[in-house]
Write a new protein. Structure first.
Length: 669
């Protein structure tokens, strides 16, 4: 890194000489699943543009269900399900298809996610052959609509302490809501369309609790009436996503057969004896949740699609809308020519590209790991390897879970910020429902808290970094984690996730700091790595000091939460940059120059936002920090002529962008 006080020479950027075909960018962005993305675009054209926001919630729900049925008829859900039950076995392709739905109606995206990702995905991941054979085809074909009933009014993030019970009695499970705040809340598909729910409950056998397990519980009969003992309430009008019928579920001693238990990780035999291939309750719990990360990965992708749509609209408007005369010309200035406007949109556009490449790496890892797990099952659907350190319990699975948690948090926060920025960049026009931005803002707002609250998810990321994803610490609790760190943390180990050979080559070839500049890719990589290592080792030292004596386990971690969240955030920044570098390494020459500058803008705008840390820790001198700001300005100006090309590279079907804001007709032309 730069020694404190070292001055970087003023960076001077040359214009990018050649225009880039958006098609070249599309090919890079589409990556491994290009055919899936192209097929999704054709499907989105046929579905047409998202409807407006009428006041009639019921009408929205009817429309979204009709669109869901159309997706089912076209075979959309089959990609992610096993071949032996009529699917295609393409986990990565199914996540990409879901992500592409995010370019259109987000109510449809969430409805599809509930039905095929959460409900169907839970049956696939937590059930065994008897459940798959009986239900998966019906789930794919929409003959069986279902819900994913995990969250309770009193327990959302703390799933291990859900209060719904499933008590084994005489060959059946009795599902019960013991108190008001144990009701299942915000459950998609519950208020109107669902016929069955995957219910997460404390499993009690012979008076002993075996922790949270999932069971299939009918909630409506064939005529749509609530089943005996099931009470259903409508959550009502929401801030967004009103095409999704969210509801509340209560269970009053509802009986289901023993076979209703999704028994991949825990089962009860005909004699009432409980068994599990995983010996400890905590490890069993985390293994079960780990199989469900596809939903978390999918939401990150959907958030990315919403960000792309907002940026495409705002950039097009910024090129067409003019304001104030350029002196001596008689012509008004396109608002995207103003640096302040470029500063609003172009760093957000660069980050959207960066997150896209990180998402692609994440989907690839999910596909490769979980696809191998599905191929390695016994005939009854159980793991071919035992669950003690193999299969879904291995290090790669834990690292995947951590990365999914981190990217979901950062991508959804980015969507919230970006869509708001785009709305402001479009002035009053951006506030009109007809121009989609208010609806994008409303529909994505909840993304930051469903499929895991973002703050909680970042704490999971930091825990993984501190323990190097060892499942043994699951039983230790907060104070145990601090003591584990005190005894075993030997220093931050930077595990590169993408472009390992390219990064190693760049860092090896790099000279002394005085030879580097802000646009040196090796310096950029080193800056992110050094920050992550320093923050994580500082957190470990802080926990060591707090873990001794009679330390209160709550206070130990609570006092360090700011540090915990920073450690996770800078870790995610680093893996996002590595994914961008990997994309640059594989893209063709026509796109490499432009994307290289987009990568520079992502890196330097990220460092600029965290200048205080870099200055406080001697990683930047004041002079270099000033040069950094100037370089970000230059990059914005450099990329301004290519802004339309960059958003056109997303290849969003024109019908989805056919709104008044992009048809702006300047009367002065």
């Amino acid at each position: 890194m730069f020694p404190y006080g070292w001055k970087v020479d003023q960076v001077k950027l040359s214009p990018l000489e050649d225009a880039v075909d958006p098609e070249a960018l599309r090919r890079v962005l589409d990556g491994r699943w290009e055919p899936v993305r192209q097929a999704a675009r054709r499907r989105m054209r046929e579905l047409g543009p998202p409807a407006g926001e009428p006041g009639d919630v019921e009408a929205q729900r009817v429309r979204v269900l009709e669109e869901l049925r159309r997706l089912a008829e076209e075979g959309y859900p089959r990609q992610g399900f096993p071949k032996e039950y009529g699917g295609e076995g393409d986990i990565g392709g199914s996540v990409i298809s879901f992500e592409m739905l995010g370019l259109g109606d987000l109510s449809l995206l969430v409805k599809a996610g509930v039905q095929w990702g959460l409900f169907g995905g839970a049956i696939q991941a937590l059930g065994t052959e008897r459940h798959h054979r009986r239900h998966l085809k019906a789930v794919m074909d929409l003959e069986l609509l279902g819900c994913f009933a995990m969250t309770e009014s009193g327990h959302g993030s703390d799933v291990a302490r859900l209060r719904t019970t499933a008590t084994y009695e005489a060959g059946e499970f009795v599902i019960h809501t013991p108190v008001e705040n144990a009701r299942k809340d915000y459950i998609g598909n519950a208020a109107r369309d669902g016929r069955m729910a995957v219910v997460f409950a404390q499993l009690i056998v012979n008076g002993e609790s075996h922790g949270v397990h999932a069971l299939l519980v009918p909630i409506r009969d064939e005529r749509g009436r609530p089943c005996p003992g099931v009470r259903i309430e409508d959550c009502g009008h929401k801030g967004g996503l009103n095409g999704v019928d969210n509801g509340r579920l209560y269970f009053d001693h509802v009986r289901v057969p023993r076979e209703a238990l999704l028994n991949r990780f825990g089962d009860v035999d005909a004699e009432g004896a409980y068994s599990s291939p995983i010996d400890t309750p905590a490890r069993r719990f985390f293994t079960m949740l780990g199989t469900l990360i596809r939903g978390r990965v999918s939401i990150a992708g959907g958030a990315g699609s919403a960000s792309k749509t907002a940026l495409a609209l705002a950039v097009r408007y910024g090129e067409a809308r003019r304001q104030f005369e350029r002196p001596g010309t008689g012509a008004e200035v396109p608002i995207l020519d103003y640096l302040a406007h470029q500063r609003k949109l172009l760093p957000a556009l660069a980050t959207t590209y960066a997150l896209h490449f990180a998402q692609e790496e994440l989907v690839t890892a999910l596909h490769d790991i979980h696809g191998a797990v599905l191929d390695d099952r016994d005939d009854d659907g159980a793991e071919g390897h035992g669950a003690e350190g193999h299969g879904v319990e291995d290090w790669r699975q834990r690292e995947l879970e951590s990365r999914a948690a981190g990217l979901k948090a950062i991508a959804t926060w980015h969507a919230t910020h970006t869509i708001q920025t785009c709305r402001e960049a479009c002035g009053g026009a951006g506030y009109l429902t007809a121009n989609r931005l208010p609806r994008l803002k409303a529909d994505t707002d909840v993304f930051t808290t469903f499929e895991g609250d973002n703050t909680v998810l970042l704490q999971l990321v930091a825990k993984g970094l501190l323990t190097r994803f060892q499942h043994d610490v699951d039983d230790l609790g907060t104070l145990g984690l601090a003591r584990f760190v005190a005894e075993q943390f030997a220093g931050a180990l930077i595990e590169r996730t993408a472009a390992r050979s390219t990064i190693a080559r760049l860092l090896t070839a790099r000279g002394e700091p005085s030879e580097a500049d802000l646009l040196d890719r090796a310096w950029q990589l080193q800056a992110f790595e050094d920050r992550e290592k320093h923050v994580l080792e500082g957190l470990a030292r802080r926990l060591r000091r707090a873990a001794g004596g009679d330390a209160d386990p709550f206070e130990v971690f609570n006092d360090a939460q700011d540090h915990v969240l920073r450690a996770a955030r800078v870790h995610v920044d680093r893996i996002v940059l590595e994914a961008f570098v990997a994309a640059l390494d594989r893209c063709d020459e026509g796109a490499a120059g432009l994307l290289g500058r987009v990568c520079d803008l992502y890196v330097l705008s990220t460092i600029e936002a965290d200048r205080a840390w870099f200055l406080e820790h001697g990683r930047l001198s004041p002079a270099t920090a000033k040069a950094l700001v100037d370089t970000v300005n230059q990059l914005c100006k450099l990329l301004r002529p290519h802004a339309r090309t960059l958003v056109d590279g997303f290849a969003i079907p024109e019908r989805l962008l056919d709104v008044p804001i992009v048809q702006y007709d300047d009367p002065t032309d």
